[in-house]
Design a protein around this ligand. Structure first.
Ligand SMILES: NC(=O)c1ccc[n+]([C@@H]2O[C@H](COP(=O)([O-])OP(=O)(O)OC[C@H]3O[C@@H](n4cnc5c(N)ncnc54)[C@H](O)[C@@H]3O)[C@@H](O)[C@H]2O)c1
Length: 299
């Protein structure tokens, strides 16, 4: 990766213009984040602990782009630009060397995220911003793992990343204006529509979305209606593009369970208590669309 144009000025402010990014975690979110950043012409590396996950992630990006081209939503030139700017790297030191921004999208486990930031920070320079794609972990629990908390921020993307316009930008108490500005500038280049939220468990989107999702699962448990009818109630009655159970399948039942556990711990143990049905399905490996089954069958 060429030397980054992003640097810290004498007065401590950052010069805008992120030109090199590493995304850590090539799963559901990571590959999509890498895709939308590479599409802006920014050199992007996709890192994962599993070489197979990197290959799967890169293949998913190619497939997204091919579909985009065949539907007339992506030009051949945009497809090529994205692929030219994206590469996988199984070596953490190589993946983060010289980047201006590192975004982690590993599982929703505070210890794992802290370990990854601390390990990556050993190979980054004073210009590197650190972002987390966490859905629910308070940034205050992660910020201590980076060398300079003013360069830490939340970038909460939505699934599928290459389609969803929202970017929830989360400000930790220590996040500097310069860090916020740099991320908002990148958001504009990605064509994302950002909201800025103060650090609090579940931020704005996960807290509200989870409340609806958990209630839908409890209703299914109680036999109030079928999954399809509960979803239809919200689609037709409230004009939601997708019902809460289908959306939980898309997000991943394991991901939603982890968020519920965090919010039950951090906000209210009763309101956000994970329903038994959610725990049972996760224990059975029914994680939603990515595993072939969840509240619906995708076989
Ligand atoms: N799934 C969603 O809809 C969604 C939406 C917004 C935010 N999020 C958040 O994004 C994060 C990732 O979620 P996901 O659904 O993409 O998870 P995922 O399980 O699909 O992918 C996680 C990836 O991280 C990799 N990984 C695990 N340990 C690692 C390590 N030590 N180093 C490098 N890579 C490692 C795994 O191999 C896997 O490929 C979570 O914090 C989640 O809460 C998820």
């Amino acid at each position: 990766m060429s030397a980054p144009r992003f640097s810290i000025e004498q007065d401590g402010t950052h010069r805008a213009g992120i030109t090199g990014v590493c995304v850590i975690g090539a799963g559901t979110m990571g590959h999509g984040i890498a895709q939308v950043i590479a599409a802006t012409g920014v050199l992007t590396r996709l890192h994962d602990i599993s070489a197979e996950a990197i290959e799967r992630g890169l293949a998913a990006v190619r497939s997204n782009l091919d579909k985009g081209v065949s539907r007339g939503k992506v030009s051949e030139a945009q497809r090529q630009l994205t692929l030219d700017n994206l590469r996988g790297s199984a070596d953490l030191a190589d993946a983060v060397a010289g980047v201006d921004l590192l975004i982690e999208a590993v599982p929703e486990l505070p210890d794992l995220k802290r370990r990854i930031f601390a390990a990556a920070a050993q190979h980054t320079g004073p210009q590197t911003l650190f972002a987390t794609n966490t859905s629910s972990i308070p940034l205050a629990q992660l910020v201590g793992s980076v060398p300079d908390p003013s360069r830490f921020i939340g970038m909460h993307f939505f699934n599928p990343v290459h389609i969803q316009p929202l970017l929830e930008v989360v400000r930790a108490e220590q996040t500097s204006e310069a860090t916020l500005d740099a991320v908002l500038e990148l958001a504009a280049r990605m064509g994302k529509d950002p909201i800025v939220v103060r650090d609090s468990p579940g931020f704005a989107s996960s807290r509200l979305g989870l409340a609806l999702g958990l209630e839908a699962i409890r209703m299914l448990e109680e036999g109030v209606a079928s999954a399809a009818d509960i979803d239809k109630a919200m689609q037709l009655g409230y004009r939601h593009p997708m019902g809460p159970l289908k959306l939980t399948d898309l997000i991943g039942l394991d991901v939603r369970l982890a968020i519920a556990e965090t919010l039950a711990r951090e906000i209210d143990a009763v309101r956000f208590a994970p329903p038994q049905l959610l725990r049972d399905l996760v224990a059975q490996g029914k994680l939603g669309k990515k595993s072939g089954a969840g509240f619906y069958d995708y076989a």
